[in-house]
Design a protein around this ligand. Structure first.
Ligand code: SF4
Length: 464
């Protein structure tokens, strides 16, 4: 199902595909083992991280996520500090009570296997969880793929052609759409805007009050990440010696009175986006938007208008400005998810920060009063100028270039929305065309530039 709450998922950093996804896979594997009658026979568990999950797994916290998942943790409820403490404890090995099952003898070096040499054909983020009995014979094994934005899928799900290509939730909703073009048709047919179409489909799924409450939770989690990022200082973990900058910049901006409107926009978008992504880098609580690596763009845009346009938590209702922003952005994100991918390991960073920029531009155009065509145009511009953006995180950490890239993405989104809102909505390149171009570019992109840290900045910036 694709709902606004699938696109915006509360979790912990630093990566939705490499942290949130593996945590969900580990827990899901144990649930499947329980249903298969194998869990209680286990005396040992082994996690094999494959492809990109292995190559950037340490920096992206995939091993930590797998351990947390084996313990039954959920990304949206685990306390980030508790998560770190559990990781530190189990890295030294010892008895581990598997979720819903027996206590096993866990040895990190033996039981977490980084197999960067295995590059699964079906998706670069493979993860196999195996269970062994007293005779050290395998009694259960399952493989899932972390397909971006915290979504997971089995090989069967990935290889099965969809019955139709309608967008997830919309397929069961009153206003189905399978592309941006069909979304615009629904808007024209019902004389409404993109957020109305998305909301009509959400309303078919749950009472409006639950959607309102969920939107409030999402915004509170986004805003909380900004607040923690603005309060915190020090060096980010992982060995790159990257200093947190958001707090210092925030303090400087707070005391500046005379900067121009345009400078103010740039400065504050930068500081809010970096605050979120510095929180993400330390494994803090963030929201996929649509991924953790790209978690700063949309919160920065919304927070800027909270700070300078008086938006507040009351605006998170589905018919409020923040609610409409999130619904519009989610609607655009659903199209990317369904027609291409949100995975840096498949698409490079165009599929993460590029998509966030496109979603953010659409959300901003919506709350600036743009019609459906202008919003679609904003989303198109937001991606058009991110096409080809590679993923080359230095040291496998979600720090360089990721933190600054979110700041740049937020500024670019605001500009894309300005361009679109000043236009009539008529344009040569459609959102569907640019999404397909992103997909083809992602397929053609060398794996060196798709979350493997084997090319680009990752090999030209010396780690020390
Ligand atoms: S470069 Fe982009 S896609 Fe790659 S880890 Fe950083 S934010 Fe994610």
């Amino acid at each position: 199902m694709l709902s606004v709450f699938d696109i915006f998922k509360i979790g912990i950093g630093p990566s939705s595909s490499h942290t949130v996804g593996p945590m969900r896979i580990a827990k899901r594997a144990l649930i499947d083992a329980h249903h298969a009658g194998a869990l209680n026979r286990a005396v040992r568990v082994k996690v094999e991280l494959q492809g990109s999950l292995a190559l950037t797994g340490i920096g992206h916290g995939s091993d930590k996520a797998a351990i947390l998942g084996l313990l039954g943790a959920e990304p949206d409820t685990i306390d980030p500090d508790e998560a770190q403490a559990l990781y530190a404890r189990y890295k030294n090995g010892g008895e581990m009570r598997l979720f819903g099952g027996p206590t096993v003898d866990f040895d990190y070096r033996r039981d977490v296997d980084f197999r960067g040499d295995i590059l699964p054909d079906i998706h670069p983020n493979g993860m196999t969880v195996s269970l062994y009995n007293k005779a050290d014979a395998e009694v259960f094994a399952t493989t899932f793929y972390s397909v971006g934005g915290g979504f997971i899928a089995s090989a069967e799900q990935l290889s099965r052609p969809p019955d139709n290509d309608l967008i997830g939730l919309a397929a069961n909703g009153p206003l189905p759409f399978a592309s941006a073009a069909e979304l615009l048709v629904q808007c024209a047919r019902h004389a409404c805007n993109i957020y109305d179409v998305v909301l009509a489909n959400e309303d078919a799924k749950r009472p409006r009050a639950e959607t309102d409450a969920g939107l409030l939770r999402v915004w509170q989690a986004m805003s909380g990440a900004i607040d923690r990022g603005l309060r915190s200082e020090g060096v980010l973990p992982g060995g790159l010696s990257v200093q947190r900058r958001a707090r210092r910049l925030f303090e400087a901006l707070t005391h500046e009175q005379h900067n121009q409107e345009s400078e103010r926009l740039f400065d504050w978008l930068n500081v809010f986006a970096m605050a979120v992504n510095e929180e993400n880098a330390v494994g803090g609580r963030v929201v996929t938007a649509p991924t953790n690596g790209a978690a700063g763009v949309i919160p920065a845009l919304i927070r800027y208008y909270c700070a300078f346009d008086g938006w507040n938590e009351g605006d998170t209702r589905a018919d409020g400005k923040i609610g409409r922003f999130l619904l519009t952005a989610a609607g655009i994100g659903m199209i990317y998810k369904q027609r291409a991918s949100l995975s840096g390991a498949e698409m490079g960073c165009q599929g993460e920060v590029g998509v966030a920029c496109s979603m953010g531009a659409a959300g901003l155009a919506a709350v600036w009063g743009g019609n459906a065509a202008q919003i679609e145009h904003a989303a198109e511009i937001g991606m058009e100028h991110n096409l080809g953006l590679t993923c080359d995180p230095v040291g496998g950490l979600v720090q360089i270039p990721c933190i600054e890239r979110n700041a740049i993405g937020a500024v670019k989104a605001a500009n894309a929305a300005r361009l679109a809102i000043r236009d009539t909505g008529e344009h040569r390149v459609t959102l569907d065309q640019v999404i397909e171009t992103m997909r083809q570019t992602g397929i053609d992109m060398s794996s060196k530039y798709k979350e493997t840290s084997q090319g680009g900045l990752a090999v030209n910036v010396i780690e020390c």
